[in-house]
Design a protein around this ligand. Sequence first.
Ligand code: GLV
Ligand code: MN
Ligand code: MN
Length: 423
Amino acid sequence: MPTPLDTAIARLDELGRISDSPHHLVRTFLSPASRLAAVEILRWMASLGMEISHAADGTVRGILAGSSPRNAPLLLGSHLDTVIAAGKYDGALGIIAALAALETLQQEKIILPFPIHLLAFSDEEGTRFQTTYLGSRSIIGPLDPDTLAAKDAEGVTIATAIAHQGWHEESTTICYAPGECRGYVELHIEQGRVLEEAGEPTCVVSAIAGQTRLTATLTGRADHAGTTPMPLRRDALTGAAECILAAESLATSTPPLVITVGKIHLHPGASNSIPQTVTFTIDLRHPDDITRANALAELHHTCTRISEKRHLTLHWQPIQNNPSTSCDPALTAALLASLTAVTGSHRLLASGAGHDGVVISKICPIAMLFIRCRDGLSHHPDEYATPADIGTGIQILTHFLKSLAPSHWGQSLRSLDFNIFDF
Ligand code: GLV
Ligand code: MN
Ligand code: MN
């Protein structure tokens, strides 16, 4: 009989094989592999006796009613999409670990006095549209017109993708109003090196850093590579190169600011034509929102100056601006109590990576648990967390859920006047 941890590790491998590419792991918003992964996750939810449903945008949900189905639910979850050439832990682990914790509770015949809603979000990474958190944004209300008009590399808008590639058959609207849920808890790999350096398997998250995403397009003039003297060129690619290096030096001189250009497209793209148009993405992050806004303004100013000097035009297209988000103090204290009970650690860590909690914090308290990952590596096929560390994470999540069952209410937690106990 496999343990919940054995099952979790096997499921991670299984989801890690469901990909849109034969060469590496990639699952993007509403892609065929995302649908296959969602179907598999629904099957696992159903095997726990959960009531399952899916939204047209590919987000799936399993509900365990608990002893009082009308009480406000606790949300658990993570995202089922990935970056390109991803590791198999980012996102998937949070869904699978929650299933393992719920299975453990069932084995121990512990019934919670409120429903658990386990969510697997269709898009957190923004790989297809550069717009993060499409799945979690959709559960707090309809997507705004600007987001729906965002286009993928083929020029397909989000609205069209949902209309034509969405999972409409028997779909449900999965949506929560502010105050309707008692909290959201997500387990995730750390995606950094702090836990490894500290020699600790897990920690609780204090806050999630803000991030800005945009695209910059520089336009010059295509011309002949053999006949156009250097001073007469309006080369969009050399202009982009200068902007990208300016972004790197700005971030290097302003730690912990980080700026990444992860995607670039040029036109016409021939070895003997001078590049006319270059579009590149900018991902800019800093834990402090004011410093992030100032850095963004400075980078915009620098890119404008570079484009003027090179007789290029610059189109600066903001896509997303997410503020730094604090985790909820009371929910975090409860998760920290479980971390301490299981591992003895009290470690709190701010997340540099983005997570769905940024969005969900608009409707309910959020808390997160991090699991150590090897070399801090993430968004890479070699992303890895040991089964032992995953087991510790599942144990902490299970301990936390148990502490919410009336039979396990401890005085220390109740004295926090913690609204998760208000039924
Ligand atoms: C998600 O992984 C992000 O932080 O970009
Ligand atoms: Mn993630
Ligand atoms: Mn990620």
